[in-house]
Design a protein around this ligand. Sequence first.
Ligand code: IPE
Ligand code: IPE
Ligand code: MG
Length: 245
Amino acid sequence: MIKIDQNKLPRHIAIIMDGNGRWAKQHTMGRIRGHKKGAQAVRTTVTACREIGIQVLTLFAFSSENWGRPDEEVNALMSLLEDYLDKETPTLQKQQIRLNSIGDIDRLYPLVKKKLLDVVKLTEQNDKMVLNLALSYGSRDEIVLAIRKMISDSQKGKLDIEDINQDLVGHYLYTDGMPDPDLLIRTSGEYRISNFMLWQLAYTELYFTDVLWPDFKKDDLLNAIAEYQLRERRFGLTSDQISGK
Ligand code: IPE
Ligand code: IPE
Ligand code: MG
């Protein structure tokens, strides 16, 4: 049994769910089977985070760059998302989880986008956890969009350049209103950020594991949280300052 301290939980966990393709290869299956198995790991992780008491869980499910994958794989990922929304909505309701999405959802297939927005609306009063799905998400695109909106607001006289500061930039991002991730987990042994939450990860604790996403279990999550709890977050200060000595 992996022990974690309930008083030092990360408020926001973000996960780059990577390794579905390699999992499938290991099991001599096609990549799509790997994504299906990955969807199972999503279900387990969402429930585990809810049980542990995490406030926000962000899952990187589909990047803006992933649109460049073969059509067959993109189609399969879109229908898996649709399937997930169909099947998981009762669980989200039962567990009082609010669904939110970040990313350019206008690029999603129209039916998938509609289902997504329906579930977002349906769950909007749920207050036990936010499940934040990053779909068609790219951090640089998000920042470009924010800059465009700021310039447009400034031209309309709604924004004074003098008022632009870190907080204000945060309001122009998809994650407006959410705390920055405290812990980022990336599976599959890749040590990169892949255009994910570049602004929001400024002081996030990073955790990398070799486990492939379809194999990721509650214990892997607990291990990541336990490791996070051993870290000293200094935010640029000295250790003595942080411990109050
Ligand atoms: C992550 O697994 C899922 C998505 C990016 C949609 P991958 O499909 O990237 O798996 P690998 O990296 O090829 O193993
Ligand atoms: C990042 O994984 C995107 C998601 C997990 C959705 P990728 O597999 O697309 O990232 P790279 O290409 O290895 O950097
Ligand atoms: Mg990958």
